[in-house]
Design a protein around this ligand. Structure first.
Ligand code: SAH
Length: 351
């Protein structure tokens, strides 16, 4: 039994079953035993690999798209270049390298990383070296300034609540502790946030909501609406939540999400419709990751990099290109949402 499991069982026995969102929050960010607080979870030895860890092309293309959006908006200075949940800092490092030759971009950019885990902040500091960077605890602490923001696989790590439709309302998924941890469903209740889903679901269907996402989207949207800018949000998920998508990954394989609290990565599909709605009055455009990277020129960039490679390095570069773009890999499951102020064009790749 992990230390966090013992702690959760004691808590549940004392005060009753907890929501999935509370379980997820404890597992991911508990100060002593949380997944992100205790380990660097990425890469070959970790539990999962993300697009920037697969290939430098991801950060290069998205970085240049942000820089072009900044130029298209008259190169406002100063501006905030922000990332939510930067992991090892690889994506921001690739963005900064790719944009180094965009005149004025670095001089005007104040880099702000929104990161909850002290261990990962240290890791990001090491990756970004001498580049001046500030950290923020929440999106609400971002400066009131033009905002050019990126988030990759951030929203899928935010705690979700899960509900099963019932004739009489919604039954929430709870975590209980009869002996070990187990799922249970609460008694049916009306859920105001799901009133609009009564029309397109039937009894037995599962839907999920991510209560932490809307306030974050509102903070980003208010800065973009008032000061200008764009946000690029990339993650796996779909346009409207449907079905049980709560999952655990451990050592690159699916695992029982209740089996080893604090030692597996827990995620759920991102509901891009909910993110876009929470970003009003900003406009949102949504495309697949494959379509976005193709529009931003991944084929030409991949060919240019391939020209300098041979043997296994070339093989792995070509495999990485496929992994990011192929519909059977990340190309279709992953989506990108662009937010931009009403009346302004979307960033490159979203036209
Ligand atoms: N973007 C990175 C890592 C994604 S993992 C990549 O693509 O490789 C999720 C990241 O979000 C981690 O850095 C994690 O510590 C951070 N995170 C998770 N929940 C958070 C929260 N509530 N506030 C701030 N950061 C959070």
């Amino acid at each position: 039994m992990t230390p966090l499991e013992a702690l959760l069982i004691r808590r549940i026995r004392a005060t009753g079953p907890i929501r999935l969102a509370d379980y997820m929050a404890e597992c991911l960010l508990h100060p002593q035993h949380g997944y992100y607080t205790t380990r660097p979870p990425f890469g070959a030895e970790g539990d999962f690999t993300t697009a920037p860890e697969i290939s430098q092309m991801f950060g290069e293309l998205l970085g240049l798209a942000l820089a072009q959006a900044w130029l298209d908006r008259g190169a406002p200075a100063p501006f905030t270049l922000a990332e939510l949940g930067p992991g090892r800092g690889t994506l921001m490092a690739d963005i900064l390298r790719a944009t180094a030759r965009v005149p004025g971009f670095h001089a005007a950019a104040q880099v702000v990383l929104v990161e909850a885990s002290p261990a990962l902040r240290d890791r990001q500091r090491a990756t970004l070296g001498t580049h001046p960077v500030a950290w923020a605890d929440t999106a609400g602490a971002l400066p009131e300034a033009p905002l050019f923001l990126i988030a990759n696989e951030f929203f899928d790590a935010l705690p979700i609540r899960q509900f099963t439709r019932d004739a009489a309302g919604w039954r929430e998924t709870m975590v209980t502790a009869p002996d070990r941890l187990a799922f249970a469903r609460a008694a049916p209740a009306p859920i105001a946030a799901l009133d609009h889903r009564l029309a397109d679901t039937s009894p037995g269907e599962v839907v999920e909501i991510c209560p932490a996402a809307a306030p974050i989207m509102a903070e980003i949207a208010s800065r973009i609406a008032h000061h200008g800018g764009v946000a690029l949000i990339v993650d796996y998920g779909g346009w409207r939540s449907r079905g049980d998508t709560f999952q655990a990954l451990r050592h690159h394989a699916f695992a029982d999400p209740l089996a080893a609290p604090g030692e597996a990565d827990l995620t759920a599909h991102v509901d891009f419709e909910a993110l876009a709605q929470a970003a009003a009055p900003c406009a949102g455009a949504c495309v697949t990751q494959g379509a976005l990277l193709a529009a931003l020129g991944i084929a030409a960039r991949s060919t240019a990099l391939a020209a300098r490679l041979t043997g296994p390095a070339l093989e792995s570069h070509l495999a990485a290109t496929r992994r990011l773009t192929d519909p059977s890999e990340m190309g279709t499951l992953f989506k990108a949402l662009a937010l931009h102020a009403p009346g302004t064009p979307p960033p490159p790749g979203f036209a």
